[in-house]
Design a protein around this ligand. Structure first.
Ligand code: HAM
Length: 430
């Protein structure tokens, strides 16, 4: 059989059901904070990313999946979502004063070395607020993310935050940093020694122990930022304090993508491996629209989190909240008579306000023992059992597989909904 592409994987049930559940939780929480779902294409023009994420970044130089399509256009499988949202803002709205608060969820592609927590197709959820420079949108964003992660059961994380200034104040810092790094070049890893001239800020991001020893003495950007950036940063921190959000200022936090200014932050998990320990990251990108060719800058802030990494932290916890009922037909005749009843029962559940899933395994006829062992493997809470005995009395058995209790339910042919309601009433939802 043909195998999947390296670094890309299928998500199948029950894991896929947990993904859907998580997506539902994300949707509810993010919508309450006035972020609306946005769905952008997976393919974009290549230059959208080279001009925003940055020509010299790893994402653009080494990791992007690019190709020329049949009409000769240079396209890329999106490596991230932020640039697309900024493009979508200009594609969909005439007014530059509009604030777009959008959230998304979908696959991203980066040709990286696959390992635990790092894949070539991975999923991100993201939130972006475009058209606002308010520091309170930065703090609200951090607040909603903190609330979301805690709600789904991820608690052991740290929020790291920093301000990396803007195009007015960063050059001065860069000069100081380059001087410092040149003086320490021999102590840096090979990659960072090369980065000094091209992308010195990325050295601060290096997880290599030798570089870490140098970085702790590097000049701190916070001491170089202009009044405007400093005032913005102070307001974000003040608001976070007031919201009782615990955070850690990391004066060396920079991000791997070029478009950031002012606030940058990461949610770092203590339960993830060293290099892949970020649940997600984000920050302000007030200058991104001008790098895409717009005359005026549209200020914006956002965040993206990795879905696979969330599940690694949750240890693949099953978030699926559907009650699973196994249907067990014990002989052919009963199956013939009852199968349409079960199909209609599924429809009744589909339109009820309860989440119930009937597991049918193709309506196979087996003996009771085999059926119950299957039901056990499929983590079903209940089984509906129907054989000759039940058929004779026009009833079925609803068995609670945990409590090992069963109830006989009479089928009222003239009023099926009444029978369906009875079955639903026999299921305990905690
Ligand atoms: P990023 O830091 O490149 O930022 O990615 C955000 C998160 O996506 C990472 O922290 C990680 O959880 C997940 N991630 C990234 N690459 C991989 C991979 N190869 N395999 C698995 N998970 C991965 C961005 O993408 C920015 N667009 C975030 C942003 C939004 N900034 C402002 N708005």
């Amino acid at each position: 059989m043909i195998k999947e592409v390296k670094g890309m994987k299928d998500i199948v049930a029950p894991e896929a059901n947990s993904w859907e559940e998580l997506r539902g939780i994300a949707s509810r929480i993010f919508s309450s904070f006035s972020y609306d779902l946005i769905i952008t294409p997976i393919l974009e023009k290549q230059e959208l990313f080279s001009r925003s994420v940055g020509e010299d970044t790893d994402v653009v130089t080494k990791e992007m999946y690019t190709f020329i399509d049949r009409s000769g256009e240079k396209l890329a499988l999106r490596p991230e979502g932020t640039a697309s949202i900024m493009r979508a803002y200009f594609s969909n709205f005439d007014s530059r004063s509009k604030v777009l608060k959008a959230w998304y969820w979908g696959p991203m592609f980066r040709h990286e070395k696959p390992q635990k927590g790092r894949y070539r197709q991975f999923f991100q959820f993201g939130l972006e607020a475009v058209g606002t420079d308010s520091p309170y949108i930065d703090s609200e964003l951090i607040y909603v993310l903190d609330s979301f992660y805690k709600h789904i059961g991820i608690k052991d994380f740290e929020i790291e935050i920093n301000s990396i200034g803007c195009k007015n104040c960063r050059p001065k810092y860069k000069n100081e940093l380059v001087t410092f790094l040149r003086n320490n070049k021999s102590k840096l890893c090979e990659t960072c020694a090369k980065r000094i001239e091209k992308n010195p800020l990325r050295v601060l991001d290096c997880k290599n122990d030798v570089c870490q020893k140098v970085i702790i003495n590097a000049p701190k950007i916070k001491n170089y930022i202009c009044d405007n950036c400093s005032s913005h940063y102070r307001k974000v921190l003040f608001s976070l304090n007031d919201l009782n959000i615990e955070y850690k200022e990391n004066p060396y936090l920079v991000r791997g993508l070029d478009y950031y200014v002012k606030t940058v932050f990461e949610f770092v998990s203590k339960d993830l491996d060293g290099r892949q320990n970020a649940l997600g990251g984000g920050g302000r990108y007030d200058e991104l629209s001008s790098s895409l060719g717009e005359k005026t800058n549209v200020p914006a802030v956002g965040y993206a989190g990795g879905i696979e990494r969330m599940f690694l932290v949750l240890e693949n916890k099953n978030l699926d909240t559907y009650k699973k009922i196994y249907i067990a037909f014990l002989d052919e005749e009963t199956r013939e008579k009852y199968v349409n009843f079960i199909i209609k029962l599924k429809n009744f559940f589909a339109f009820s306000d309860k989440k119930v899933q009937i597991i049918d395994e193709g309506y196979k006829v087996l003996n009771a023992k085999k059926h119950l062992s299957k039901a056990d493997k499929l983590v079903c809470s209940y089984a509906i059992i129907a054989g000759k005995e039940e058929l004779k009395k026009s009833e079925l058995v609803l068995k609670d597989l945990y409590k090992r209790k069963e109830e006989k339910i009479k089928i009222d042919i003239k009023n099926l909904d009444k029978t369906f309601s009875k079955i639903l009433g026999g299921i305990v939802f905690e």
